[in-house]
Design a protein around this ligand. Structure first.
Ligand SMILES: Cc1cc2nc3c(=O)[nH]c(=O)nc-3n(C[C@H](O)[C@H](O)[C@H](O)COP(=O)(O)OP(=O)(O)OC[C@H]3O[C@@H](n4cnc5c(N)ncnc54)[C@H](O)[C@@H]3O)c2cc1C
Length: 264
């Protein structure tokens, strides 16, 4: 389906982008367009103006600090993360990006767009929670930082408010991570996924089972399945999977992700 007519703006700075978003209720940020353009074609979203974030230097780049903290610009693509020497400080990031969709989507899609769309079937929301990411949000009053747990608020809903932008994501150093997913079809849509991090105990963030990632913890990978059962998940049923099957997958994938993290 063709897009309906929409105004297009190409700001020269983050400040200008924020002004455009604040001044136009119907304006939406455009990152890689791999979700937004598709939902516009399906008439599920109908913004009056697209504010193109491509080319804004302040939203790009991957920096590695002396303490191992990674700072990743919101407009960083999956392909850039996969190829970045700095991002090897947290190898799971590139590894998971390499499993998202296909080359075209990975070349255009951005880490910021993935988390801001907060589609519960996306790969990155649970991963951001398990690695302890912190998100920087800019608006008219300056910048604020929230944890990944505080960032994801509901289906397609995040802490980024009207007139605001996610500018960058900070992730501490670490190697003991794992990720497991069951995907459907050629584009790899998840029906369940799990991201785990071992830091003494095991922390797992489960995706596709609720509106936001569900966190469970256990002493070791052996205890993860019990911890998932204790969470009394009530995932949705849809054409791809029943609630019961997703609950079963959550236990299996959480355990797999935790075992992978423990083995590193
Ligand atoms: C065929 C196909 C298969 C896919 N399969 C998967 C998959 O298996 N797993 C997966 O995780 N994803 C998948 N995706 C989604 C893909 O990863 C998208 O790239 C991603 O969800 C959105 O990123 P984007 O940069 O394209 O954002 P856009 O589509 O440009 O934007 C998405 C939303 O985020 C907002 N936004 C973007 N950047 C910012 C910002 N910096 N600040 C505030 N708001 C912002 C936009 O306004 C919009 O509402 C798939 C997409 C396609 C087309």
């Amino acid at each position: 389906m063709l897009l309906r007519e929409v105004e297009y703006a190409k700001p020269g700075s983050v400040a200008e982008a924020l002004e455009l978003l604040a001044a136009n209720d119907g304006a939406r940020a455009l990152a890689g367009g791999q979700t937004l353009i598709n939902v516009m074609k399906a008439r599920a979203a109908s913004p009056d103006m697209l504010v193109d974030l491509n080319g804004l230097d302040d939203l790009t780049g991957i920096e590695l600090a002396g303490d191992g903290t990674l700072t990743i610009g919101a407009m960083t693509t999956y392909t850039e993360l996969m190829g970045s020497a700095e991002a090897k400080a947290r190898p799971i990031l590139g590894e998971v990006c390499a499993t998202i969709a296909d080359v075209q989507v990975r070349n255009r899609g951005t880490i910021g767009g993935n988390v801001c769309s907060n589609d519960p079937t996306n790969h990155l929301p649970p991963l951001m929670v398990s690695v302890g990411a912190r998100m920087t949000i800019a608006g008219a009053d300056g910048e604020r930082e929230v944890s990944a747990e505080e960032f994801f608020l509901g289906v397609y809903l995040t802490a980024v408010g009207p007139g605001e932008l996610l500018t960058r994501i900070s992730i501490p150093a670490g190697k003991k991570d794992g990720f497991a997913a069951v995907t459907l079809g050629a584009d790899g849509t998840c029906i369940a996924n799990a991201a785990a991090t071992v830091n003494g105990s095991v922390r797992v963030a489960l995706g596709c089972v609720d509106a936001v990632p569900v966190i469970v913890t256990a002493e070791s990978a052996d205890g993860v399945a019990d911890a998932v059962r204790a969470a009394n998940l009530e995932p949705p049923s849809d054409v791809h999977a029943s609630s019961e099957y997703r609950t079963h997958l959550a236990e299996v994938l959480a355990t797999r992700a935790a075992q992978e993290a423990s083995a590193r």
